[in-house]
Each structure stands twice: as structure tokens, then as C-alpha cells.
Design a protein around this ligand. Structure first.
Ligand code: AMP
Length: 397
């Protein structure tokens, strides 16, 4: 895969596929602009080389063909305007490949930036439609993909469009290259002990990643809702906690594989339980052997946090994916926040992957203490599963 530095872009029309799918509040204000900031390096690199820059991204899931205001990239364009300090040299097109976008693209001068509207306003985007990809490609000379968070989807701006360019006119941007290199390097040649911390709601979503990780890591820590499937698989009463009964055998197989490979496998030793899934409910701290019937475990307890801190103390590499509890509710966020602090306090190389997990690290104020926080949840999980990403394959093709 070539990176932007390997190809000639001077003075050219450059398309940069970004991931501007940022969270917004009810009033449409951007609440976390890390994904926009993450794209700045590539954009500035192009502007410094007198390029005419076209930026494109999806934003959430609009109904194709319907231009609803709430899915517009307007706030993103405004934030880019502030961050890039470009005065009048940045504009937002009214459409994606329509008259307005094409006219504005044609009128671009060196150092100008045009932001296309939400790619998913066009039905062709999610269908990986070649005709739509050709329309996008007709506006530029060079294709750059800097949208790691979208690389696991074979959509037109990620897959079909990249395939329309030859090897000298397409490349990965700085952000995409950094993400991929970090995961590759860490997984191929980690400094040991290498500890994986896996949490989140379900075993099913992370089973393949877990299986793959067992071949690579020295220790695994399991937290979050998925821990209960493992506890039940060992015969413990888990009350009304989240469980995937159809995966009990799989869970046992994973634990047996870990034992055979000498991988230390840690589950929570205590949990915070509640009679209902709500912020306004009474809670109890109990050991994992004493979850009352009818109650559900919604966070790891303080003893687990201390145990996991011990487990992490000699780690040299830590990979963290998935919160330890229902961190969205204040009452059940402590286990995840403490895990973030515990990881940040080590001297290990620390990699945080996944939107929720990055969110926890942000809330805990630990982002600057982590070695690397990945912007893409699904994409980083696919890399852990050993899968190739369509976006990367298309760049290599
Ligand atoms: P995932 O998308 O699989 O990484 O899961 C993230 C979600 O898992 C978050 O929204 C958490 O609220 C949820 N979660 C974590 N722990 C639990 C739990 N004990 N019970 C139910 N949901 C949980």
C-alpha cells in the first residue's frame, strides 16, 4: 500500500476520503471533533503542495436520495474552516456529484478546499456502485483514503472508486497509514508480556478476535457483558445478566484453548448488580459466585479493578477493546474508568481500539497517556480478527 508521500500530488486535484462521522448533540453541535482533527495532517500536506482538495465523508445513515438537514456535513465544514484557518478558501457543495459539486470542483484554485455533501445522500455509495464512483473520480486526478473507520466497508468511495485509479495516483493518507501500521506492528511483533483487555456487550461480536488473540497474547482480561457468558459456561448463576446461551460451548472452547496455550485468562471476581437496567436503581457489590437471582451485572466491581491492575502491572503491550460495564450510565461507569486509568498508568505500549473504548479513555482524561487511540471500531476489530479490509485491498489493487 502506497502512502501519500510515495506519489506525486503537486498541484493536482486530490480527493481525500475522510471519516467525518463525528458525534453531535441534539442542537447539531459537534461534541467530539477528534476525527476531523485526525484528517488535518493529510489535508495540510496537500494544501502545502498547491493541490485543489476535495473532501468527502459519510455521516450517519440518511435515507438515500433524501437530503435531510440533520445529516448535512455543514457543521463539519464549519469546523474545518476554523481548524484550517482558510478564510474563503473552503466551501461546502450542496450535493455530492450533482451540478453544484461539479461546478465548485471545476472552479477550485490551488490551495482551495471543497467539502462534498454526505456521501450517503447518494444510493450508490453503500451499494458500491461503479457509476457513482466514476462520477466522484471524474472530479479529481488523485485518490487518497484517510478513513480508517470506514475501510471495513466495501462502499463506492472506499472500494469501487479506489479501483478506478492506478498505483501512481492512489494512496493512503497519514491517518490511515498510522492506524494500519500500528496494528500490524503490534500484532506481529509485540513486546511481552502482551495483555489483551476485551469488554463490551457480546461474545458473538468479538469471538473471532478473541480466538486470534489467544495465539498472540500472554494474558487476556475479560470484562463487560461478555464476561457473563464465560461465567455461566463455568456453571455459575448469573441472574438476569446479559448472556448468549448459544455460545456457552464456544466460551468453554476459548477457555480450554487459553489453558492449553498457557495464556492466563482473567474474568471479573466481583460485579455491580442491579435489579433493573436503569440509572435510578439500587445497586449491590457482590462476588461473582453470589449474583442474586433476578439481578443483573452491569459493571465490574472494585476487587476486579484491583486484580486487573495487578495483572497489567508487568505488561509491556496492552490492547484494549470494549468497556467493562454499561459506562453510558454514571452508576456503572467506574469499572471502565478505572480500567482506563490502570492501563494509562502502566509503562506499556497501549492501544485503545473502538469508538466506545476511545470514549471511555476520553471521559477518564487518559487519551494523552495512551500510546495510540484508534478512530475506527469495526475496522480495528476486523484487523484483530486477521481479516483484510476492503479499503486497504482496493488501495493495493
Ligand atoms: P460493544 O459494542 O460490543 O463494544 O459493546 C459496548 C456496549 O457494551 C456499551 O454500550 C456498554 O453499555 C455495553 N455493556 C458493557 N457491559 C455491559 C453489561 N454488563 N451488561 C450490558 N451491557 C454492557
Amino acid at each position: 500500500m502506497k502512502t501519500i508521500k510515495d506519489i506525486d500530488i503537486d498541484g493536482k486535484r486530490v480527493f481525500i476520503r475522510c471519516d467525518f462521522n463525528v458525534p453531535k448533540d441534539d442542537d447539531g453541535n459537534i461534541t467530539d471533533d477528534r476525527r476531523i482533527r485526525g484528517a488535518l495532517q493529510t489535508i495540510r500536506y496537500c494544501l502545502d503542495r498547491d493541490c485543489k482538495v476535495i473532501l468527502a465523508s459519510h455521516y450517519e445513515r440518511p435515507e438515500p436520495g433524501k437530503y435531510e438537514e440533520k445529516f448535512s456535513l455543514k457543521p463539519v465544514a464549519q469546523r474545518l474552516h476554523t481548524l484550517l484557518k482558510l478564510a474563503d478558501n473552503i466551501t461546502l457543495a450542496k450535493d455530492v456529484v450533482g451540478e453544484d459539486a461539479k461546478a465548485k470542483a471545476k472552479a477550485l484554485s490551488a490551495g482551495d478546499v471543497l467539502v462534498l455533501e454526505n456521501l450517503r445522500y447518494e444510493a450508490g455509495e453503500t451499494k458500491n456502485d461503479v457509476e457513482f464512483a466514476k462520477e466522484l473520480a471524474s472530479m479529481v486526478d488523485v485518490y487518497i483514503n484517510d478513513a480508517f473507520g470506514a475501510c471495513h466497508r466495501a462502499h463506492a468511495s472506499i472500494d469501487a472508486m479506489a479501483r478506478l485509479f492506478d498505483k501512481d495516483t492512489k494512496a493512503a493518507g497519514f491517518l490511515l497509514n498510522k492506524e494500519v501500521t500500528f496494528f500490524d506492528k503490534t500484532l506481529e511483533n509485540p513486546i511481552r508480556p502482551f495483555v489483551a483487555v476485551v469488554g463490551g456487550s457480546k461474545v458473538s461480536g468479538k469471538l473471532e478476535a478473541l480466538r486470534q488473540l489467544l495465539d498472540k497474547v500472554d494474558k487476556v482480561i475479560i470484562g463487560g457483558g461478555m464476561a457473563f457468558t464465560f461465567l455461566k459456561a463455568q456453571g455459575y448463576e448469573i441472574g438476569n445478566s446479559l448472556v448468549e446461551d448459544d455460545l456457552l460451548d464456544e466460551a468453554r472452547t476459548v477457555m480450554i484453548k487459553a489453558r492449553k496455550k498457557g495464556v492466563k485468562f482473567y474474568l471479573p471476581v466481583d460485579v455491580i448488580v442491579a435489579p433493573e437496567f436503569s440509572e435510578n436503581t439500587p445497586v449491590k457489590f457482590v462476588t461473582f459466585q453470589e449474583i442474586p437471582e433476578g439481578w443483573m451485572g452491569l459493571d465490574i466491581g472494585p476487587a476486579s479493578s484491583r486484580l486487573f491492575r495487578e495483572v497489567l502491572s508487568d505488561a509491556q503491550t496492552i490492547l484494549w477493546n470494549g468497556p467493562m460495564g454499561v459506562y453510558e450510565m454514571e452508576k456503572f461507569a467506574k469499572g471502565s474508568i478505572k480500567m482506563s486509568h490502570n492501563i494509562a498508568d502502566t509503562h506499556a505500549t497501549t492501544i485503545v481500539g473502538g469508538g466506545d473504548t476511545a470514549d471511555v479513555a476520553l471521559r477518564a482524561g487518559d487519551v494523552d497517556e495512551m500510546t495510540f487511540v484508534s478512530t475506527g471500531g469495526g475496522a480495528s476489530l476486523n484487523l484483530l480478527e486477521g481479516k483484510t479490509l476492503p479499503g486497504i485491498e482496493a488501495l493495493k489493487a
